[in-house]
Design a protein around this ligand. Structure first.
Ligand SMILES: *[C@@H]1O[C@H](CO)[C@@H](O)[C@H](O)[C@H]1NC(C)=O
Ligand SMILES: *[C@@H]1O[C@H](CO)[C@@H](O)[C@H](O)[C@H]1NC(C)=O
Length: 320
């Protein structure tokens, strides 16, 4: 009898411990703490801004898509004299301190709705949206939407949180030290595989091995002391199939370190890209020479039919 009570007491004790642990995770939220702290930087819509016409945009797809939409939001709002607004739960907050007002569709009041015609082409209609609050819907994959705010995006908007930026600096210092490449020109190589290998028929081309050799040799001819940083969503394929020379370093960041990968690639001096919006953005923000795969998107496919190449690829990027 006494023994049974003792056991029960012990069970209660463990139950109590379990509840404590659950409460700890619920309230302390140890994995999300960074993101919560980052939300503190968000600027609400001010009372004085209540009647100013506003612009909101859809955020579809992944990080690279969201960066296109955000940049378009800023460029198009400026052209139309509208106040740009994004929602508090946008994933871009996890990467950047964004200097825009936070709100939701209710803050627009009566608004116009505009849907893009092609996913990767410039639509001049977006220059004539004001003076009404507007919601624009689409992917908006063209540098022409935000050419007017290019500098501002780089110097004021896409600024990484300090911890991500410092981790990326450290990553590059470690890579240079390990490869004994002090003072080298650093070339970020984005090796996009994964879903792009499986969706070839739509036009999501994954570049062939020969492209990487051509592109890397292009930079080896151009600069003498060089280090390639290889970043891939399939690093095993990359290591098995691509160059293993003394000037090549493979990143083994895990898939949940996408923000670190982006920051590392942007800090590289020049970029070799393949396909997809992640590739596009690291090239755009790193600001050096850019080489891209000329068969993305694959001609004649549905993605190619939704793309105007001159609107998608900036003119100074080099196709190989
Ligand atoms: C190359 O990139 C590194 C790392 O971001 C930077 O420290 C260095 O100044 C850059 N070099 C040139 C020539 O831009
Ligand atoms: C793409 O456009 C071409 C030319 O207009 C057309 O022949 C082809 O069927 C289209 N392909 C797809 C997959 O939409």
């Amino acid at each position: 009898m006494a023994m049974a009570v003792f056991l029960r007491k012990k069970q209660w004790f463990y139950m109590f411990l379990l509840v404590l642990v659950i409460l700890f995770f619920l309230y302390m939220d140890p994995f999300k703490s960074n993101i919560k702290r980052r939300h503190l930087n968000q600027k609400p819509i001010l009372k004085s801004q209540a009647n100013i016409p506003k612009l909101m945009i859809s955020f579809k797809g992944r990080t690279g898509n969201h960066m296109f939409c955000y940049a378009t939001l800023i460029g198009v709002s400026r052209r139309n004299n509208l106040l740009p607004v994004i929602s508090a739960d946008n994933h871009l907050w996890e990467l950047f301190n964004l200097p825009v007002q936070v709100g939701n569709i209710g803050d627009l009041g009566d608004y116009n709705y505009y849907e893009e015609k092609l996913v990767a082409a410039y639509d001049q209609h977006t220059e004539h949206l004001g003076p009404y609050s507007t919601y624009i819907d689409g992917y908006f994959q063209s540098w022409k939407y935000f050419e007017n705010v290019r500098k501002e995006l780089i110097t004021e908007h896409f600024i990484f949180h300090d911890d991500i930026s410092q981790a990326a600096d450290q990553f590059l210092i470690d890579a240079v030290t390990l490869k004994k490449k002090q003072g080298a020109v650093i070339i970020g190589v984005h090796v996009r595989r994964g879903d792009f290998v499986r969706q070839r028929s739509k036009g999501f081309t994954a570049a062939p091995v020969s492209y990487y050799y051509k592109a890397m040799n292009y930079f080896r001819r151009k600069y003498s002391n060089i280090l390639f940083i290889m970043i891939s969503n399939d690093v095993y394929w990359a290591e098995d199939n691509l160059d293993q020379g003394p000037d090549v370093f493979y990143s083994h960041n895990t898939p949940d370190q996408v923000s670190l990968d982006i920051a590392v690639m942007i800090k590289c001096n020049h970029t070799i890209i393949t396909s997809g919006t992640f590739s596009w953005w690291v090239a755009f923000l790193s600001g050096g020479d850019v080489v891209y795969y000329h068969l993305y998107p694959e001609p004649g496919t549905s993605i190619a039919n939704m793309t105007v190449r001159a609107d998608y690829y900036p003119t100074h990027w080099v196709p190989l």
